[in-house]
Write a protein that binds this ligand. Structure first.
Ligand SMILES: Cc1cc2nc3c(=O)[nH]c(=O)nc-3n(C[C@H](O)[C@H](O)[C@H](O)COP(=O)(O)OP(=O)(O)OC[C@H]3O[C@@H](n4cnc5c(N)ncnc54)[C@H](O)[C@@H]3O)c2cc1C
Length: 365
């Protein structure tokens, strides 16, 4: 049996950033994924480094998002220096066109001195924007597959042991203490366990008779390619968005579907996304479809993640439930949890993200 300081169970962006933070502080770490690292919700993401509606975000989540936004440029720079892989951080700006929300957006921006809003009057004629549209110039994007590749290489350089295609089947405990995991090819022991299994956390937690209020929310996305690149900023219209990449690809996202753990892509979703995209950017009619994919967002229902220890077990922790903000909030959530594990006072109290809180209602907003 191996012996690690930590086992990180689930190798999405939350697990990878958590494992990296632990390893950087000198811990020995093993990370498990039943597939290949990063290939579930984390790969599926658009990579917008903002919440969809920051003006109505839960204050605790808003603080994580604010810090995530501030941390990202340096985080990407250090990943690039360390691994040679560029996660593609790019401050493209984000244009909000959702007319129902413009007043709330302006109100929110006025109250926060860090937010800059610009009225738009010089967008390419090819783009149909409503009369009132507002640009948030400081919003950035990254390319999730590149972020994952960089994190994966960083973990290898930090000597984290990576167990891919290794599904954890059982958590072993003794006298309310975690001792190890059983996976499909053997067992491994460690001092502590951190559960980062995204939408699947409850299937792990049921091993120790625990449950959190978490559900999967299916999101589908299209990648298109246009001959000419006219759009630079992200366009956000309620839950729908266009994300232009620097290489001419455009992502069109995303659906919000309650389909349990089924993540099949559908013709209906394709039409919903394509028709909306054409209504904003008619040239999309001439675009080539490159890929249509989907992922399961881990949704906590009260719009903030679960970060902290599992009641009754002093050495089992969780970091999950980041819903539509997991890419944005991953590095800061990892820092918050690992500060706690190291006994360091962090930028927020973990109590705000207590996994045993009961106030959330499983209402998906
Ligand atoms: C269409 C879409 C668009 C999105 N866009 C954005 C965006 O623009 N910006 C943003 O910030 N966020 C976005 N998100 C949200 C973001 O992708 C998620 O919040 C984030 O990826 C969650 O990461 P995770 O590591 O918790 O989960 P996941 O990436 O799903 O990782 C969980 C991992 O756990 C593994 N696992 C589960 N059970 C076991 C087991 N028993 N044993 C071993 N391994 C196991 C799985 O294989 C998986 O790899 C989007 C999500 C979707 C679906």
């Amino acid at each position: 049996m191996n012996n690690y300081d930590y086992i990180v169970l689930g190798g999405g962006v939350i697990g990878m950033t958590t494992a990296r933070e632990l390893a950087k502080r000198g811990a020995s770490v093993a990370i498990f994924d039943r597939g290949i690292l990063g290939m579930e919700a984390s790969w599926a993401a658009g990579g917008i480094l903002s919440s969809m509606r920051p003006w109505q975000e839960h204050p605790d989540s808003a603080e994580l998002s604010r810090r995530g936004k501030a941390l990202y440029p340096d985080y990407c720079e250090s990943l690039k220096d360390e691994t040679g892989i560029d996660p593609g951080y790019f401050r493209s700006g984000l244009i909000v066109i959702d007319q129902d929300h413009i007043d709330r957006l302006l109100n929110w921006a006025q109250q926060d001195k860090e937010i800059q809003c610009i009225d738009i009057d010089n967008l390419p004629a090819a783009i149909n924007l409503p009369q009132i549209s507002v640009l948030l110039p400081e919003i950035a994007q990254i390319r999730p597959p590149r972020l994952i590749a960089a994190l994966c290489k960083s973990l290898k350089l930090l000597s984290v042991d990576i167990f891919e295609e290794s599904e954890v089947k059982k958590i072993i405990t003794h006298n309310s203490r975690f001792t190890g995991v059983v996976f499909d090819k053997g067992s491994v022991s460690a001092g502590s366990l951190i559960i980062t299994a995204g939408a699947w956390c409850n299937s792990i937690l049921k091993n120790i008779n625990r449950e959190i209020r978490l559900k999967p929310v299916h999101g589908q996305m299209l990648c298109l390619k246009l001959k000419q690149r006219e759009l630079i900023s992200i366009i956000l219209d309620g839950g729908h968005y266009l994300i232009p990449r620097l290489d001419g690809h455009i992502l069109v996202g995303s659906t919000m579907e309650d389909t349990g753990f089924n993540k099949c892509v559908t013709e209906t979703a394709y039409r919903e996304l394509f028709d909306w995209a054409i209504s904003i950017y008619p040239d999309i009619n001439k675009a080539t479809l490159i890929k249509h994919w989907s992922g399961l967002r881990p949704a906590s229902g009260d719009q903030k993640p679960f970060i902290g220890s599992i009641t009754g077990y002093e050495n089992i922790y969780i970091n999950a439930g980041h819903f539509r903000k997991g890419i944005l909030q991953a590095p800061v959530s990892a820092k918050l949890l690992v500060d706690h594990l190291a006994g360091i006072t962090s930028f927020m109290s973990l109590e705000n993200f207590n996994p045993s809180r009961v106030e959330n209602s499983l209402k998906i907003a």
